[in-house]
Design a protein around this ligand. Sequence first.
Ligand code: DSN
Length: 501
Amino acid sequence: MPSPLVTYLKATPPEKVSPALVSWIASLEQVAQVSPEIASSVIREFEAQRSHLKLIASENYSSLNVQAAMGNLLTDKYAEGYPNHRYYGGCENVDAVENAAAETAKKLFGADHAYVQPHSGCDANLVAYWAILSAKIEAPVMESLGETNPSLLSEAQWEDIRQKLGNQRLLGLDYYSGGHLTHGYRQNVSARMFRAYSYTVSRETGLLDYDAIEKQAMEVKPLVLMAGYSAYPRAVNFRRFKEIADKCGAVLMVDMAHFAGLVAGKVFTGDEDPVKWADVVTTTTHKTLRGPRGALILCKAPFADYVNKGCPLVLGGPLGNMIAAKAVALTEASQPSFRDYAHRVRDNARSLAAALQGEGLFVQSGGTDNHLLLVNVARTHGLTGRQGETAMFECGVTLNRNSLPFDENGAWWTSGLRIGTPAVTTLGMGEPEMKEIARIIKIILDGTKPSVTSKGEPARRKITLDPAAQGEAKKRVAALLGRFVLYPELDLQLLKREFLK
Ligand code: DSN
């Protein structure tokens, strides 16, 4: 029997054949020879992503080049430590890969130092917290003891350092206002490492109130002042945050996981550029930055030695293949076309917010300055965010529910939907399509009612979805995605025929 790759190529016009296409299918064929069910799942996921409108603010579509860079023998090499300072022999090639990724990141963001090993945003935040604790709490004590190796301290000396490390304060944006779990939420280790405090947005405007944050920071006197978010729709003045940090004696840390692509693409410059102002900046690489799943840290020179010790401090061995993919993605993000992409992401979010308001929906804070917006579905449609999320998914739209500031429906059910434009912008959509997406969202919400519980009250999970509205929304989603096709070079029908067993 001919191989799937040969069959596929025979059925494909030569002008549509590229190295990326051949390598993608050849890799899948190799996987299918060992685990056909895994290859099937990849194709099913491709079908799901191609047939659903992806509005998840934290997701994107990586290039086939980025995907190709992940699949190679760099995965086999242990390289604990950092370049030119490893705990294993034979790391020269991993050093070269890691140096290339770090240098590209430094240049792209204008940073003093880059550390590209973290496997996720949570890992990056943990490394950053511990690097700050090491620099600001542990190092001065070690210096006063005239010792550099913690293993040589007495039990009493080490216990004194441990107590000090465990008694520091973190001040970050509260979860309901758009902060992340790792910014001091009690369910996360960050609130167990630190005495965690949170600031909120203004109840009236939904915006950060810098004077109120300054007042609180002067009372709390945190070691770490955290700025950054996973669900705040507005630009942030990082210069102002730095002033506050300096005034209260804190280290300014920014988590730009969501909007790193907008920083790389120069949408956020000057006071809105976190790399310029913060001591330590963390980010994921797969959201607006459009790379592989992973993360990195940027920092000012005084923190570089501490950040470099992320492995073994917090992390296991670096993943050389994933760092290679980060290097490819960072190189892509350094091209002029990425700057154009980043601006279109923000323009699309603004167009979508305006169109949703035109449809009579309630957009939190009145709009957006970045890649995401929040819609209050409790206010206009009496739905929980969970119900809105379910209705959208049943109509071919993927997004996630999100709590809103001071949300009465709590963090599980929520009152909001978080909507992002990074993925649809990668597909090439623009302003007319944002109007169409707003129409689709309105049709779905108008066709959705909460089910009624046995006590006669509105349910918080179950919904009744009007079939006519569902049919209309699905038809519109299919028409839109028929014009903006994910990975158009890949023929889904041929792939299904070859790999779905
Ligand atoms: N999962 C990411 C997000 O959706 O924002 C952050 O953890």
